[in-house]
Write a protein that binds this ligand. Structure first.
Ligand code: ADP
Ligand code: MG
Length: 257
């Protein structure tokens, strides 16, 4: 069962003034679903995703993956960050295959797997190019291939399309949905873009800041493939905007007290 149970999780960053970044998060991530985590900058989205990746530990509470307590990174969890951080001295195939190389996978087998995922993300024929030859969108595709090549059960993505131009971003969203269907992954996708979350997700978790708590969860019953101008989706989008204005109002109240 490649899903998560997040139980009463809080995260405090110590410092001169300790920051309560996330407070009492309770959440289930179901196997095979596409879950979006939405919220304004600084509300703790990356912190939550890094904890789901096993890269950070909660201060309080537990994160269960596959029914077992998660206490570190795992091959079952593939991570894609906004900056793909490709090594400039390795070509794209070598970057994508790095984890396999470290894992001792033989060269021939590595080539087969790297080529498969390069083709899947639309980078067929680019394996021998170096990162600086590629556009931002293509580098992000390479980052996705690097996460997929190890056959993880879950893809954890932190604003992966945040730095690419708008039209490329729409194309990357379409491609990601196709890959999600083909590969039957569980996806947790962090974004601060409402329309992106509504187009992609089966559910959207809206976080509100200081401390980060779950403000509301939206179900999006519409099947994929979706149309961007679907009336049902636009209605949910408006409900989410209303909830975001509600967060702002709460903050204003806090501010005036
Ligand atoms: P988001 O991804 O939603 O923008 P983050 O999870 O990056 O939010 O950060 C949430 C809050 O936690 C911010 O106030 C940030 O300054 C603080 N924070 C994040 N990482 C650290 C860290 N390693 N040490 C101290 N504070 C941190
Ligand atoms: Mg972030």
């Amino acid at each position: 069962m490649a899903g998560y149970t997040v139980q009463r999780v809080s995260k405090v960053y110590e410092g001169t003034v300790p920051t309560v970044t996330l407070k009492d998060i309770n959440l289930t991530v179901n196997e095979g679903e596409f879950l979006c985590i939405l919220g304004p900058s600084g509300c703790g989205k990356s912190t939550l995703l890094e904890m789901l990746a096993g890269l950070q530990q909660p201060t309080e509470g537990d994160i269960l993956f596959d029914g077992k307590k998660l206490d570190g990174p795992s091959r079952k969890l593939g991570v894609v960050f906004q900056d793909p951080s490709l090594y400039p001295w390795r070509n794209i195939s070598q970057n994508v295959g790095l984890g396999l190389e470290i894992g001792g996978v033989k060269k021939e087998e590595r080539k087969i797997r790297v080529d498969k995922y390069l083709a899947m993300v639309g980078l067929e024929g680019f394996g021998s190019k170096y990162p600086h030859h590629l556009s931002g969108g293509m580098r992000q595709r390479a980052g996705l291939a690097r996460a997929l090549v190890g056959s993880p059960e879950v893809l954890l993505m932190d604003e992966p399309f945040g730095a690419v131009d708008h039209l490329t971003r729409l194309q990357l969203q379409d491609d990601l949905l196709r890959i999600w269907k083909e590969e039957k992954k569980t996806v947790v996708f962090v974004t601060h873009d409402v329309s992106e979350a509504v187009f992609l997700g089966n559910r959207i978790v809206l976080l509100s800041p200081r401390p980060g708590i779950i403000h509301s969860i939206f179900n999006i019953p519409s099947q994929h493939p979706r149309k961007r101008d679907d009336v049902g989706l636009l209605k949910i989008q408006n409900e989410i905007y209303a909830a975001i204005y509600d967060i702002k109002t709460e903050e204003d109240l806090e501010f005036t007290i």
